[in-house]
Design a protein around this ligand. Structure first.
Ligand code: FES
Length: 164
């Protein structure tokens, strides 16, 4: 038995993230864009959505974050694609964690980044002033105890600023 605390689903989504945007943001003609960041660990997330008839038809994301953030956002992107905007905005961090077969308790806050960025993207699409959101530090998003992020991952590239 391994001491590695991640489920097989987390490992798969980390190693083979779904809907991760390779390359520049300009390659994805989004209708809504949201950003979220964790002020404690410094990780950031961007999610972009394409919308048709109030439904998310495509989604892309980038993050500067840990394995849990990458796996969580990969899972979130799969859960959100094809959903109505209201359904997607209602996805919770617990649903993402459940989809992944659980996350270590001290890494649960990593999934918060993704759904906050998604909600910000929905708000951006709707013309609401919420294109960027920073989650509060709370018991649901405790201080990151992972230390530094040891190895770069393709999905952990720092994303460029949004187009003017
Ligand atoms: S999101 Fe910061 S350590 Fe995971």
């Amino acid at each position: 038995m391994s001491d590695f605390p991640y489920s097989d689903a987390v490992k798969q989504h980390f190693l083979h993230p779904k809907n991760y945007l390779m390359g520049d943001e300009s390659a994805f003609q989004y209708d809504g864009r949201g950003v979220a960041g964790n002020p404690v660990c410094g990780d950031e997330m961007i999610i972009m959505i394409k919308v048709k008839d109030d439904r998310i038809t495509d989604i892309a994301w980038k993050t500067y974050g840990c394995a849990s953030a990458i796996a969580s956002t990969s899972a979130l992107s799969e859960l959100a694609k094809g959903q109505t905007l209201d359904q997607a905005a209602a996805i919770t961090a617990q649903q993402v964690a459940d989809y992944l077969g659980g996350l270590p308790e001290h890494k649960f806050h990593c999934s918060v980044l993704g759904f906050q960025a998604l909600r910000a993207a929905v708000a951006d699409y709707r013309g609401e002033a919420k294109a960027s959101e920073t989650p509060p530090t709370s018991p649901a998003s405790p201080a990151c105890r992972s230390g530094s992020h040891p190895s770069p991952h393709p999905a952990a590239a720092k994303y460029p600023p949004p187009p003017a």
